[in-house]
Design a protein around this ligand. Sequence first.
Ligand SMILES: NC(=O)C1=CN([C@@H]2O[C@H](COP(=O)(O)OP(=O)(O)OC[C@H]3O[C@@H](n4cnc5c(N)ncnc54)[C@H](OP(=O)(O)O)[C@@H]3O)[C@@H](O)[C@H]2O)C=CC1
Ligand SMILES: CC(=O)N[C@@H](CCC(=O)OP(=O)(O)O)C(=O)O
Length: 350
Amino acid sequence: MSGEKLKVAIVGSTGYGGVELIRFLLGHPEVEITSVISSSSSGLPITDGFPHLSEIVLQNLEAVDPQAIAEKADVVFTATPSGVSGKLVPELLAAGLKVIDLSGDFRIKDGAVYETWYKHEAPAAELLEQAIYGLAELNGDAVKGSEFISNPGCYPTATLLGLIPALDAGWIDPKSIIIDAKSGVSGAGRGTSLMTHYAEINENLKVYKVNKHQHIPEVEQCLSQIAGEPVTVTFTTHLVPMTRGIMTTMYAGLIGTHTEAELVELYRHYYEGRPFVRVREAGKWPATKEVFGSNYCDIGFAVDERTGRLTIVSVIDNVVKGAAGQAIQNLNLMMGWDETTGLLLSPVYP
Ligand SMILES: NC(=O)C1=CN([C@@H]2O[C@H](COP(=O)(O)OP(=O)(O)OC[C@H]3O[C@@H](n4cnc5c(N)ncnc54)[C@H](OP(=O)(O)O)[C@@H]3O)[C@@H](O)[C@H]2O)C=CC1
Ligand SMILES: CC(=O)N[C@@H](CCC(=O)OP(=O)(O)O)C(=O)O
């Protein structure tokens, strides 16, 4: 590979987020993957766990050693669990690396709020302050030229992209927001558990973490900034027997009278120049399969004149726009490249 390419490393490359980073970065024209890193399998070929990468990724997994990573790479993605990232990222930053972290550890600006929901000790306040919340469509300008990105959560990405334009315009009542969210099982990572065991989730639909989900404060933090007042939401998550995909169905009371055509215009205007958000025509609903394997977020809505409520539906692929794809979108913005570089894959269909 050319020596002019940006050198990147991936910690957590044996997880679903990490291996999806590898898939997209292999096709990225400006990037070279210098290290794939694992805390449990260093020295082994990555193809032991992921035979689909045979003859494609030739490197062996390397140990987690911030200095050694910094000697080979300029940027590191940490696709590591919450609690792990919080301890590792400060060492990677101290070693001089730019960091894009996929975990929830640096998204919540108030450490006490983080500790309430995540049940871990919060990272140092100055690091929480330094981390740029990388919802690219909202904070793209702040991401440009930054050195440390906290990539948004999967559910918050779908939720926030669906709600922000209407909230920002003052067209919905911030006190009325209800979010009904559903995810495929890859959202829970590669580790096995009874929750995602085939016999437990196949032909089943489960509700979980009701009023306790760790993404609630992330959604509320961002919506509060947009609304200019504290916003609380009802946010309920469900596990669906599919591999990838998130659908969030959101309900809010409309302020004033707005037609579906006006909403389409509002959303298309808000996301003008943001290539990964696709707003459906009035009356057309997106489905998870229509974004599968891609970095798109598709949004549709309907106005219920009878109840005065707006229904918004937003879909993403949790592993792409909800994790690895958005992380690469942030890398592109960070480096001053076109934000679509390496990401313009069509969804896999059917
Ligand atoms: N899956 C998804 O849809 C999304 C995931 N995320 C977030 O991205 C992160 C990764 O998620 P995902 O890939 O699904 O999770 P996985 O459980 O699939 O992978 C986690 C990875 O972290 C590595 N790891 C575990 N402990 C350590 C440690 N102490 N030091 C270094 N590496 C460690 C594991 O590999 P090894 O044991 O080999 O080191 C593994 O590769 C998480 O924070 C998750 O919340 C965010 C949005 C969506
Ligand atoms: C289906 C499923 O289990 N999804 C996970 C998403 C976890 C995640 O992405 O965690 P952080 O963003 O907080 O790091 C969950 O609901 O907890």
